[in-house]
Every structure is written in C-alpha cells, then in structure tokens.
Write a protein that binds this ligand. Structure first.
Ligand code: PLP
Length: 445
C-alpha cells in the first residue's frame, strides 16, 4: 500500500507555502518489507521521458533514529531543531511528533512551524538581528523566547515585545568549525556586563545564554570552553538580579556518519562540562539548536542525465598519446548548484557531492574522466570535475546521498528549473510505533 496522505499538505497557509515550503511533498509508507531502495527503483521505473525531474527521498526513519541517538547521548539537552537547515513540512511534523522544539530564524519560519501544529512555547526565535515586524509577529503569536547580542536589539525588543524572555548570545571560538558564525553574531564577553545593565534599565527579562560553535564543528573541546564562558555570563547575570534558567548550546553537529568526529565524542565532552558547570540540581534547562545532525543523512537526491557531450582532446589525438589525453565525458544533469546543490558554492561543511549510478551494470569497469554539470546556462553550475565513472547515457539516473542539510531550503528556480520533488518515506513499523496518522492528519487535506 502506498499512501499519499499529504499531497496537498501545505495548503494550510498559502503565504507560507509560497515562501518556505517545498511545493511538493508526499508521504509514503513502506510496508510489506519494502525498502527505500525498492521505492527508488519503482519511482525511477515509473518516470519516463515526459517526467524525468529530480526528486529527493527523505528517510523519516533516519530522523527518528537520530532522535533516539540524541536522547541516549545527550539526555539533559532538549533539541530545538533549526528549521533553516531543511524546512520540509514532513520533517518538521516528524520532529514535532518526537516532541522536539524548534529554532526559527524569522517570521516566515515561525509561521510555518505554527501552521504545522507546533505550539509557541516550543519555539525559540534564535536570531539576534530581527526586523521589528517579525518581533511583533512573535509577540502576537505567543513566541516569547528570543536571542539578542546588542543594545540596539534590546531597544527594539523593548518596543515590540516587552514581555519577551531574552537569551544572550555570546561569541565563542569557532575556529575549529567548517562554517564560522561568530564574526557575525554573538556578544564579546567584555561587552556582556554593559548589555545586562541595559536590559535591566529597559525592564527586560534576561533568562538565559546561548552560543553557536559554528556549523560542522571538528573539535569537541570547543563546547567545553563555550559552556565555561556561559557559566561566567550566568554568574554575572545573577549579580544583576536576573533569574537565569536556560542554557542553549546551539548547533554544529555533523549529520554524516563518515564525519571525522563522532557525535558520541561531542556528547561526552558536553555532558562532562554541563555536569561541572550546570549540574542537574542547578535547575537550569539545557537546550540545543541542531540542524544538520537530524537531516543531513536522511535525504538522497535522484537526478537524471539530460545531455551528454564527449570533449575530445585533439592535441592528444594528434600526438597519438593516450596517456596524456584530456578527453572527458561531459554530462549535464537536471539539478545543480542553483537547485539542490548550492552547498557546493556556499557551504564549506559540504564541499563535494559524490553521485553514484543507480543500478550500475555489472562489468562496466571501464571508467572515464568525467565532468558533471548542472542544468543552467552558467558555467559555475558544475557538480564535479575529474570524476572517474563508467560511461553514462542520456536518461540514466544518478543518486547522491547526504543531501538533507541546507539543500531544500536554499534551492532556487534559476533558469526555470523546478525544485526537486520530495518523497518522505517511512516504514510501516515507525508509522505505527509513533502513531503518525495523528501527526500527519494535523494538515487539512
Ligand atoms: C542560530 C543558529 N542555530 C542553529 C543553526 C544550525 O546549525 P547546524 O546545522 O550546524 O546544527 C544555525 C546554522 O547556521 C544557526 O545560525
């Protein structure tokens, strides 16, 4: 049985749909032992030359497994999933069913989370430079928890949401992360006292501290130092009379299984630092804002070879020198850096993608130097160069794993190429265990 429960799923709020939601997302339940590979095979078989558009398969079981791993390793830390990382409604609903909170960066993301049934108390508006109108929207919809790192932000918040619960974001060492954030956000420690004083003058409630070590963090000790710094800010804030109740340790955890530092190693360091500086009897609630961790490995992208050109090195032909030949196969696929793979130009934590052939034919050992291009009329739209693969034909399909982070949410329709359709797939076992018919029926069909 294949059940399309949410084909029209994101019609609850049209303005959200236009801005944020991937237009097309189906939920597919895998039963009778069908696997995700069976699903991909079937989908590819069904598609023909009238519809060879790229598509994602989002494995919701992986999101679930990631959550169980989180609970095992960081039992004191409640995850608030960073919506910006991948705003697929089915993912947000799954995480909501698992009782995570959500980190929203704008009115649009708050709107989307609320429209999918998330309650305002489960949202942190985790952006330190907010437009006034977005703060007012948060206020009107009961979203009280929000971050700040400057006096001007305090002033704005006091005018637009005087009852907000404020979380002071501090800058931390992000030099060991693939994508650094502290140059843009986070108060320096030597400015914290002034900020707390100003918050007091404005009659605002500072309730916690947050930091982000940068995305794709490669050194677990960075968290230890950041938690130590946060303790220092807690002590200062207590002196100013604030009731400090919340520590937010941000994101930064890779979602790839082959990443150089395992999640368990981060967890061990974080747990040690929390127990030392924020022991359970301190009464401080600990949250985090993981993005990549939950979704990166859950999404596989399927793309189609739409054109091919053999680029012959005429000089080498002339010299009869095969060895130095730079003959290359040029393939053009129907998704690229302006669509699902913008990570190749703007995400240092995801610098390469490794397409592999769907159903590679046995015995196709001969490999050719190949270039794979995206579909647009722009030469920066290149997926990979010097890639040694067997010969492909127009119409062949390639698969790319680990495509869940900062892909869907960053895609454009440049040159008129549509964004990839998303099939969110879940096993019948998980569907029943989590009683997901409740979750996905939140949406009005
Ligand atoms: C404020 C904030 N929180 C959370 C995240 C998610 O980070 P990651 O995907 O590395 O977990 C980001 C990413 O940019 C961020 O800016």
């Amino acid at each position: 049985m294949e059940k399309n429960t949410s084909h029209a799923s994101v019609t609850t709020n049209k303005s959200v749909m236009q801005v944020l939601s991937p237009e097309n997302c189906d939920i597919v339940i895998l039963d009778n032992g069908r696997t995700i590979n069976n699903f991909i095979d079937k989908k590819i078989q069904e598609l023909d030359s009238d519809n060879e558009d790229p598509f994602y398969v989002a494995n919701l079981d992986i999101v679930y497994e990631k959550h169980l791993r989180w609970l095992t390793n960081l039992p004191r830390v409640k995850p608030f999933y960073a919506v910006k990382c991948n705003n697929t409604p089915a993912v947000i609903q799954m995480l909501s069913a698992l009782d995570t909170g959500f980190d929203c960066a704008s009115k649009g993301e708050i709107q989307m989370a609320l429209s999918l049934g998330v309650t305002p108390d489960k949202i942190i508006y985790a952006h330190t430079t907010k437009p006034r109108s977005h703060i007012k929207y948060a206020c009107a919809h009961g979203v009280d928890l929000m971050t700040f790192d400057s006096e001007d932000e305090l002033l704005k918040i006091s005018q637009c949401h005087g009852k907000a619960k404020l979380v002071l974001r501090i800058g931390v060492d992000d030099s060991k992360s693939l994508l650094r954030l502290s140059s843009k956000f986070g108060a320096r420690l030597d400015t914290v006292e002034k900020l707390l004083e100003r918050a007091g003058e404005l009659g605002l409630e500072v309730t916690g501290v947050s930091f982000h070590v940068g995305s794709g963090c490669t050194d677990s000790l960075t968290f230890k130092q950041a938690i130590t710094d946060a303790r220092h800010v807690f002590d200062l804030a207590n002196l100013f009379g604030f009731q400090m109740k919340l520590l937010d340790i941000g994101g930064g955890f890779s979602g790839r299984e082959d990443f150089e530092v395992k999640f368990e190693e981060f967890s061990e360091v974080i747990n040690g630092a929390l127990d030392k500086f924020f022991p359970p009897d301190s009464g401080v609630q600990i949250i985090a804002e993981p993005g990549r961790y939950y979704v990166e490995s859950a999404f596989t992208l399927a793309v189609n070879v739409i054109a091919k050109r053999v680029d012959i090195d005429h000089m080498a032909e002339h010299n009869n020198s095969e060895e130095n030949s730079s003959d290359r196969m040029m393939y053009y696929i129907n998704d690229g850096v302006y669509g699902s793979m913008s990570c190749l130009i703007n995400d240092p934590a995801h610098i390469d993608v490794a397409p592999y052939i769907h159903k590679a034919v046995e015995g196709s050992e001969q490999r050719y130097r190949s270039v794979i291009w995206g579909p647009t009329c722009d030469s920066t739209d290149k997926i990979t160069d010097n890639y040694w693969i067997p010969e492909l034909d127009v119409g062949d399909w390639l698969l790319i794993d680990n495509m869940g982070a900062y892909s869907v949410s960053l895609a454009t329709t440049f040159n008129g190429f549509e964004k990839a359709h998303i099939y969110a797939v879940v096993t019948a076992e998980t569907w029943h265990t989590l009683n997901l018919s409740q979750t996905y029926s939140i949406i009005h069909l």
